[in-house]
Design a protein around this ligand. Structure first.
Ligand code: BYC
Length: 317
């Protein structure tokens, strides 16, 4: 007798509850597959679009040492994008379709990358805060239930912690420098603090996917839990730098054992998510033109692959 969908779903949930990973050839509910395509591809797009704000400073890094580290970081992000696109492809969608979704504006990528990098201190702030936030979210994802995603995350997290350190070290150098350098660091913190908190997504009460994703162990913690964890870790780091977090309501709450913090501007968040942030258009234009300009490379690679295949077939047969 063939298994009914209900029975398959029950077995699937039991497997997840028992802590087993789901692998590409395992049966999975269609919604589980689609949720993963959405989340992993958004993550991949974020890595690739995330190269742009930092790439803006490669030619203007203040020393050779800084330039080498920044170049390596941006290259790592390209690598993360590639692992993540590959992980998404295991769910039965092609890379061309994924790119099409990004270029048409259908697919989302992280809101954070729609803000401009105005000074060198922004490169420090991105490493410290943006990679710092990414690590908090991604350490959780190393235990996500879909095998290829969880495994990609292990390597990505190792590289992200190096990125976070290089960012914090830039901030430390600026904060130990002249008043002008310290002012640049404070200005960068002022501009990146709130957008970094928004990276974790809407409040739990407004989150569409959290409940189901927690049940399927795609997410192990909610958006608000991760946001709080990030604030609790990051505020003492700002204090060590001698910088002021731009939130007058930020206060340690002894009873909760956490920092209380002010209201996030959710209107700004949704505007950025909907495509109306300061750099949304610029970012998508850059990705589209990179894709168009790279057409000849893809064609040459395909022609070479076809030729190799013909050669192989001729040898075999
Ligand atoms: N930006 O129900 P929710 C990095 C969307 S780090 C834009 O809570 P979910 C990097 C969400 O997609 C950044 N959109 O969703 C670091 C949904 O809309 P749709 C990338 C956002 O998925 C340094 C709606 O709002 N990290 O790459 O359960 C340098 C409702 O949200 C955002 C990842 O992608 C946002 N911030 O939870 C370079 C981590 N937040 O899809 C690169 C993997 C929410 O229904 N992703 N939305 O139209 C996740 O962990 C989860 O997808 C999120 C959101 C926690 C982000």
């Amino acid at each position: 007798m063939s298994l009914t969908i209900d029975r398959l779903e029950e077995e699937f949930q039991a497997k997840i509850d028992a802590g087993h990973n789901i692998e590409p050839k395992d049966w999975m509910p269609e919604k589980y597959r689609k949720t993963h395509i959405r989340q992993i591809s958004q993550h991949a797009h974020s890595e690739i679009v995330g190269m742009l704000p930092e790439g803006n400073w490669i030619t203007r890094a203040p020393s050779l040492r800084r330039k080498v580290a920044l170049l390596a970081k941006v290259q790592d992000e390209a690598g993360h994008g590639l692992y993540l696109y590959s992980a998404t492809e295991t769910l039965g969608i092609s890379r061309d379709e994924l790119f099409e979704q990004l270029h048409s504006g259908k697919a989302k990528y992280s809101s954070i990358f729609n803000y401009p990098t105005l000074s060198w201190a922004d490169i420090g702030a991105i490493g410290w805060l943006v990679d710092g936030a990414a690590i908090i979210n991604q350490v959780m994802l190393t235990r996500t239930s879909y095998g290829p995603y969880a495994r990609a995350m292990v390597r990505i997290c190792k590289e992200e912690s190096f990125h976070q350190r290089q960012g914090y070290e830039i901030m430390l150098t600026l904060c130990r420098g002249t008043q002008v350098q310290k002012d640049l660091a404070q200005d960068a913190l002022n501009r990146w603090w709130w957008p970094s908190l928004m990276m974790f997504g809407p409040r739990d009460a407004d989150s569409t996917h959290t409940e189901q994703s927690m049940k399927w162990k795609i997410k192990r913690k909610t958006n608000d839990e991760l946001r709080q964890q990030f604030i609790d870790i990051t505020v003492p780091q700002a204090e060590f730098l001698g910088l002021t977090v731009p939130d007058p309501d930020l206060k340690w709450n002894e009873e909760r054992g956490h920092y209380d913090f002010g209201e996030i501007d959710w209107d700004e968040f949704w505007q950025v998510v909907k495509g109306n942030g300061p750099c949304n258009k610029e970012r998508l234009d850059a990705r589209r033109s990179a894709y168009e300009n790279g057409a000849w490379v893809r064609e040459a690679a395909m022609a070479y692959a076809e030729k190799q295949e013909q050669k192989r077939l001729a040898e075999v047969g």
